[in-house]
Design a protein around this ligand. Structure first.
Ligand SMILES: [Zn+2]
Length: 319
């Protein structure tokens, strides 16, 4: 898999507010100490693991039996990490969801996995994009990119307060796929087969708060394999949805199995919108637009950095 380096100044320079949220505007109006009080999306009630609190880490405050975490509850002096209390087994499917309960800001907040050999304690007093900083960890940043072994690539949308990040770890094939508000972003990482992995979240932001929405494991049964084939085919999936009661059971058991073509359809429509916008921009006479000139001049250094660092073949990785 190809990656590219983070252009200087790319990380930690912006506060991301432009993202889709799972919660409604009403929820955002009922914050207590900057934290959501609703339980939107937390209805599955599957909790097969929680965050490990054995190391008495003062950078992290936990409650609700390790399902609710506040990073840097007083102030932040570096990067705090939480790690799951169970290791993922081989030849099994795992799905878990992290709900972002407070606004995210600063250097980085990352969601992903790390091996037993990932030494994160050394970075405790550094502000860094921790997950993916070496070959023992993999992470999706709230800025929207993914990182592994110090290399990053553009991946999904930024996320923040009110977002639900889902992760489907397929230990049969060794892939990790992320979901934003229950929509697949495609496979982010491969070659995870045979590794001893834990779920992890890292944060540099004071008072950043997360909940575990659900965490489940499923064996690769014939039922799971059949459903995998059904969701790939539009007509078959339509017939399956029409069988009374069946989908109620399986939607809850296999939360991550959303039809990819539904997402693709939205992506296609979004691209069509983009094409229309681009064709309008192309017809625009820049010489008569002073605002546009100022924007381009201001952004010159950043654009050069970005274009020199991003290889053209990056596009083949968008699913
Ligand atoms: Zn809500």
């Amino acid at each position: 898999m190809n990656f590219f380096h983070v252009p200087s100044g790319f990380v930690g320079t912006e506060v991301n507010k432009d993202f889709n949220i799972f919660c409604s505007d009403k929820c955002l109006k009922k914050l207590v100490d900057g934290t959501l009080t609703c339980n939107c999306g937390e209805y599955y009630q599957y909790y097969e693991w929680a965050w490990d609190n054995n190391n008495n880490n003062t950078d992290v405050k936990m409650s609700r039996k390790g399902k609710h975490v506040i990073f840097h509850p007083t102030y932040s002096s570096g990067t705090a990490v939480v790690k799951g209390n169970k290791i993922f087994q081989q030849n099994c499917h795992y799905y878990w969801e992290i709900r972002i309960m407070s606004e995210l800001y600063g250097t980085d907040v990352m969601i992903g996995v790390g091996t037993t050999g990932f030494n994160f304690a050394d970075r405790r007093h550094e502000f860094c994009s921790l997950l993916g900083i070496d070959s023992n960890s993999w992470g999706y940043s709230y800025h929207g990119y993914i990182q592994h072994d110090k290399l990053v690539r553009q991946y999904g949308s930024p996320f923040g307060m009110g977002s639900i990040i889902g992760l489907h770890l397929d230990m049969c094939n060794g892939t990790l796929e992320y979901f934003l508000n229950r929509k697949s972003l495609g496979v982010a990482f491969k070659d995870l087969k045979g590794k001893e992995l834990y779920p992890m979240v890292s944060s540099t932001a004071a008072n950043s708060t997360i909940n575990i929405c659900c965490c489940i494991s499923r064996n690769p049964t014939l039922q799971l394999l059949c459903l995998g084939k059904i969701v790939e085919q539009r007509n078959l999936y339509k017939q399956y949805r029409e069988i009374p009661g069946l989908t109620k059971i399986y939607d809850k058991q296999y939360i991550w199995m959303t039809p990819q073509y539904e997402v693709d359809e939205k992506k296609r429509l979004a691209e069509l919108d983009e094409e229309v916008t681009l064709s309008l921009v192309n017809k625009f006479d820049y010489t008569k637009c002073t605002n546009m000139n100022i924007f381009l001049e201001d952004d010159d250094s950043m654009s050069e950095d970005l274009f020199s660092s991003y290889p053209l073949d990056t596009h083949e990785y968008y699913v």
